[in-house]
Design a protein around this ligand. Structure first.
Ligand SMILES: [Ca+2]
Ligand SMILES: [Ca+2]
Ligand SMILES: [Ca+2]
Length: 463
C-alpha cells in the first residue's frame, strides 16, 4: 500500500496572555459566566425525560427528517439515568424539534430499557417518510430492536420488533450500500467483532448480512456513507485502546466486499465468517505506546472521501488502567492528493474518568464543511492550559468551534461555551443541508457510561 503518514506540523505555542484576550474577547459586557454562544435549547429536564446521554459508536445518532409539510424536524435519542429505581430510569427517549417553529417533544422508544449510554438508537429516514430507529443493549442480550415511525410523524411510532442474533449485540449503525441502496445495520456481535444485518423492505424485517472484520480483540468502527449512498467508508481501530496501542485504518464496502482506500479487495465475500483484520485496511495513523488513537467522528468531504477526527493518548506508556489519560490531543485526518494526511489540531485535556482513560470530550465534524469542527476539552485547545472556570474555580470541559483555512492542518478556536459550572461533552452536528448548523451536546455531570446527570442542549446557528 502506498499510504504513508506525513509528519504532523508542530503548532506554535500561543502565549497565555493572548489566550486570555481570546477568551475574554467573546464575553461581552455582561461578564459571561455559563456563557453559551447562541440561544440554548434544552431538550431534557422534564419529569418524563429527566436527563440524557449518548455514547459515540452509534450513527446517525441525530438526523433532520425532511419532506414534511411542517418543515424539517430534528430527531435524536438519549438514555435517561436515575440514582434510584423509577419509571424514568434507563429509558430510551426519542426527542424531536420542528426547526421552523421550535415545537418539540419526546417519546419513550423503550421504557426502562437499560441505564447505559451505549444503548442509544441509530436513526434513518426511509424514502417513504418513515424513520427507522434501531437500538441494542450493551451486550446484555442478543436482540437488535427496531421501531418505525409513521410517515413524517416523529411522535407516532409502531411497536417494537427485533432480530435475534446468535451472539450478544452492542451498538447500532444505519448505512446504505450497493446499487439498490440496501439499508444495513452494523453492530458488535459475533466474535465481539463488527457484523451487519440487512433490511428486507418486502417483509419489513432484518436478515443476517455478514461479518465485516475479524480481530482477536474488539475493533472499534465508525462509518460514513458516500453521498450517492452506495459505498460505506469504514474507519477502524485494532482493538479497545485500553488493550492495544491503536492505529487508525480506513476501508470501504458496498455491502458485499471489503476494500482498502484505493479499492483493492481485501475480503471478496462479507457473507461468510472469514474476515479481514483492521490492519489489512489502509493505514491512516500509526499508533504506538505514546500515541494511542481512538476515533471521535467521521464525515465525508466534497470528494466523498472520509474526514476522520480522533483522539491520541500521549501519557499511557507502560501504565496500568486508571493511571494514564491526563494528556490527550485531537487529530484530524483527510485524504488529500491520493494519500492520508493527518495533523494534531488541539489539546483535548483529560480522560472523562479513571479506567476509561481514553474517553475524551469528543469532536463533531460539520458534515457539510470539514473545515468546521466543534471540540470538547478541559484544556485550552492551543496551549493545553487547564480550563478553570471563573464561575466556580473548577476545571470543566468546554466547547470550542474551530475553523481551518489549510485543509485541516490547523484550526482557529473560539469558545462556544465558557466559564461553565458544568461539563460540556460529546457534541454532535447533524447532517442537514439547510441554512442553519445545529450543535447538540451533553451538559452536566458525567460519572461513567452507566451514571450521569447530563442535560441535552442544542444551539442552532446560521451558517
Ligand atoms: Ca422517561
Ligand atoms: Ca419510563
Ligand atoms: Ca469474508
Amino acid at each position: 500500500m502506498a499510504w504513508s503518514i506525513i509528519g504532523y506540523r508542530m503548532r506554535t505555542a500561543v502565549a497565555v496572555a493572548s489566550v486570555m484576550m481570546l477568551l475574554s474577547g467573546c464575553l461581552g459586557p455582561s461578564g459571561g459566566l455559563n456563557m453559551v454562544r447562541g440561544t440554548p435549547i434544552v431538550f431534557t429536564g422534564s419529569a418524563d425525560q429527566p436527563n440524557g446521554a449518548w455514547c459515540w459508536f452509534q450513527d446517525e445518532r441525530a438526523i433532520v427528517a425532511t419532506g414534511s409539510r411542517g418543515g424539517p424536524v430534528l430527531l435524536f435519542t438519549s438514555v435517561s439515568a436515575g440514582q434510584q429505581e423509577s419509571t424514568e430510569r434507563g429509558d430510551l427517549d426519542l426527542h424531536w424539534l420542528v426547526l421552523e417553529t421550535g415545537e418539540k417533544g419526546a417519546v419513550e422508544l423503550a421504557d426502562r430499557f437499560e441505564q447505559d449510554d451505549h444503548n442509544v438508537a441509530a436513526l434513518h429516514q426511509l424514502d417513504d417518510g418513515r424513520t427507522m430507529a434501531v437500538y441494542a443493549k450493551h451486550g446484555s442480550d442478543n436482540e437488535i430492536r427496531y421501531r418505525l415511525s409513521s410517515p413524517h410523524a416523529p411522535s407516532s411510532w409502531g411497536r417494537e420488533s427485533s432480530y435475534v442474533e446468535e451472539a450478544p449485540v452492542t451498538y447500532s449503525n444505519l448505512l446504505t450500500a450497493g446499487a439498490d441502496r440496501s439499508l444495513l445495520n452494523f453492530s458488535r456481535s459475533r466474535g465481539w467483532n463488527p457484523n451487519f444485518v440487512v433490511f428486507d423492505p418486502a417483509t419489513q424485517t432484518w436478515q443476517y448480512g455478514g461479518r465485516l472484520l475479524a480481530s482477536q480483540g474488539r475493533p472499534y468502527v465508525k462509518y460514513a456513507n458516500t453521498r450517492s449512498g452506495d459505498i460505506i467508508h469504514v474507519v477502524a481501530t485494532d482493538q479497545h485502546p485500553r488493550d492495544f496501542n491503536n492505529s487508525i485504518y480506513h476501508g470501504m464496502t458496498d455491502g458485499r466486499v471489503l476494500m482498502d482506500a484505493d479499492g483493492t479487495v481485501i475480503d471478496g465475500d462479507l457473507s461468510d465468517q472469514d474476515a479481514a483484520t483492521p490492519s489489512q485496511l489502509s493505514l491512516v495513523f500509526q499508533g504506538d505506546a505514546d500515541n494511542v488513537a481512538w476515533m471521535a467522528d467521521v464525515e465525508t468531504d466534497g470528494d466523498d472521501r472520509p474526514v476522520i477526527a480522533f483522539s491520541v493518548q500521549k501519557d499511557g506508556r507502560g501504565l496500568p488502567p486508571r493511571q494514564g489519560g491526563s494528556d490527550h490531543r485531537y487529530h484530524l485526518a483527510r485524504f488529500i492528493g491520493g494519500r492520508w494526511v493527518q495533523h494534531e489540531i488541539a489539546y483535548a485535556g483529560e480522560r472523562l474518568y479513571p479506567f476509561e482513560d481514553d474517553y475524551t470530550g469528543l469532536v463533531a465534524i460539520d458534515p457539510l464543511n470539514p473545515d468546521y469542527l466543534v471540540i470538547s476539552t478541559n484544556a485550552h485547545p492551543d496551549t493545553g492550559e487547564p480550563l478553570v472556570s471563573d464561575a466556580d474555580g473548577k476545571r470543566h470541559y468546554e466547547l470550542f468551534e474551530g475553523r481551518s483555512k489549510d485543509e485541516g492542518a490547523s484550526f482557529k478556536w473560539r469558545p462556544l461555551t465558557l466559564n461553565s459550572t458544568e461539563d460540556n461533552l460529546r457534541p454532535i452536528i447533524p447532517n442537514w443541508d439547510g441554512p442553519q448548523r445545529i450543535v447538540l451536546w451533553m451538559r452536566g455531570s458525567y460519572r461513567s457510561y452507566t451514571d450521569w446527570d447530563t442535560q441535552i442542549y442544542g444551539v442552532v446557528h446560521r451558517r
